[in-house]
Design a protein around this ligand. Structure first.
Ligand SMILES: *Cc1c(COP(=O)(O)O)cnc(C)c1O
Length: 448
């Protein structure tokens, strides 16, 4: 299917057909599963999503950093079709197949560090994080896991214990798994005393807390998103991750990088850790790995990954052959099309335009991120930094009405995040940013 790379609105958003479908949804799907923009999508290609009413929407979300190789990527479709005709499932633990092994080889090659590595495949990011925790506890013989404020690691019970935000993720879903601790995040924009204080004090403050409240000898692992995703695209100060990884090593604590959102070319490198020269003991990946097919992985030091007894890791569907074929095709696309470099080019365009918005709108508190993982934090004023969640929601809604699929995030609900497919055209990117500017002006009543 070929979809012209242009925005086209033929009805209001959502249109009548989508509204009918949403009626059916309300009667069939749990209210707990909500929809951000209830325009029902029937097809997609690169930077465009086609809805049930024939509207063509610009995609600035990639289904939350998943379709990085573009919606409807040709290589992924061909690989899936070829694989699905041959074999859909055996369960790797019953009868193995090559694509699983090939994905693990690729992960071992591409993830940070040139030490011997092993991988294991799963279905979702949360499942990968759970397994990383299992592996870390088993290997170290320790219980405690340290995560960070603003962290997002998934929605299963164990990962919810690590995820920071109450509404909507955790509210009344407890009790949560034990021996999971959260410490403050090195969040330059909101660190008490400001950015400079964050740079000089955050590491000491955080490791002192781990020492005093948990104890290094009790700590199996520290898990961190090198750039936090759902929590607001928070980028710790340069050098923080490296210092933290070195501290972990000194205390025989495993350093786990959760790159489920930041991985696979999103930040302008294969992984966000690469930009900082950080080599994690274990790394979790999912989202962008397989062009939309469900797949996740834990990759890590061979001695850690091989310390698990046979049968200790697995699952019925983990590393499904069709998902593996999609992953190999996605990785091939990233290599062939230089998508890491493309993420950096997108970064330049995005930040230039967002900085221009910051000049005319005092509500823009900070623009941050890396590559095609850029955020804009909105505040009521720059002095108090009081989060502007209602304004964020209003702009988001105005973007949706204009046919631009935008996403928000942040523990305080006041952050816009931009995660376009890396194959989006410059024209669509610019048009999307025009729409954002327009929506911003409308929501703030500054439209001239
Ligand atoms: C999305 C996400 C997860 C959870 O992945 P699912 O596939 O939704 O289970 C875990 N960690 C991070 C950093 C994520 O962004």
């Amino acid at each position: 299917m070929t979809i012209e790379q242009a925005r086209r609105l033929v009805t209001e958003i959502p249109g009548p057909r989508s509204k009918e479908l949403q009626e059916r949804k309300l009667n069939a799907v749990s209210a707990g599963v909500s929809t951000g923009l209830p325009a029902y999508i029937v097809a997609g290609q690169d930077g465009i999503l086609l809805d049930a009413d024939g509207n063509q929407l610009i995609d600035f979300g990639s289904g939350i950093a998943v379709t990085s190789v573009g919606n409807g990527n040709g290589r992924v479709i061909a690989a899936v079709q070829e694989q699905i005709e041959k074999l859909t499932h055996t369960c790797f633990m019953v009868n193995p197949y090559e694509p699983y092994v090939a994905v693990c080889e690729k992960l071992n090659e591409l993830t940070p560090g040139d030490h011997p590595k092993r991988s294991a495949l799963f279905n979702s990011g949360a499942e990968a994080v759970e397994n990383a925790v299992k592996i870390a506890r088993h290997y170290t013989g320790r219980d405690a896991i340290v995560a960070f404020d603003h962290a997002y690691h998934g929605r299963t019970n164990l990962t919810l214990a690590m995820t920071a935000k109450n509404m909507p993720y955790k509210n009344k879903f407890g009790p949560f798994a034990s021996e999971l601790y959260r410490v403050p995040m090195a969040y330059p924009y909101r660190w008490p005393g400001g950015e400079k204080a964050c740079e000089s004090d955050a590491f000491d403050y955080i490791t002192d807390q781990i020492h005093a409240q948990i104890g290094e000898d009790n700590t199996a692992a520290v898990i961190i998103e090198p750039i936090q995703g759902e929590g607001g695209f928070i980028v710790p100060p340069p050098g923080f991750l490296k210092e933290l990884a070195a501290w972990c090593k000194e205390h025989d604590i495993l350093f786990i990088a959760d790159e489920v959102q930041s991985g696979f070319c999103r930040t302008g490198s294969w992984f966000a850790c690469d930009d900082e020269g950080v080599v994690p003991d274990l790394i979790t990946t999912a989202k962008g790995i397989a062009g939309g097919m469900p797949l996740a992985a834990v990759t890590g030091r061979a001695d850690i990954m091989d310390s698990i007894h046979p049968g200790g890791l697995g699952g019925t569907y983990g590393g499904n052959p069709v998902a593996c074929a999609a992953a190999l095709a996605s990785i091939e696309t990233m290599e062939a099309e230089g998508l890491a470099a493309r993420a950096t080019a997108i970064c330049e365009r995005l930040t230039a335009r967002l900085n221009a918005l910051a000049e005319i709108h005092p509500e823009v508190g900070e623009i941050r991120g890396r590559g095609a993982m850029i955020a804009m934090e909105l505040v009521e004023d720059r002095e108090t930094k009081k989060p502007a969640a209602a304004l964020t929601a209003a702009i988001n809604k105005a973007c949706h009405a204009r046919g631009l699929v935008t996403l928000t995030c942040g523990t305080l609900g006041n952050v816009f995040r931009f995660l376009p497919p890396l194959t989006i055209s410059d024209e669509l990117l610019e048009e999307g940013l025009d729409i954002l500017a327009d929506a911003f002006a409308e929501a703030t009543g500054t439209k001239g």
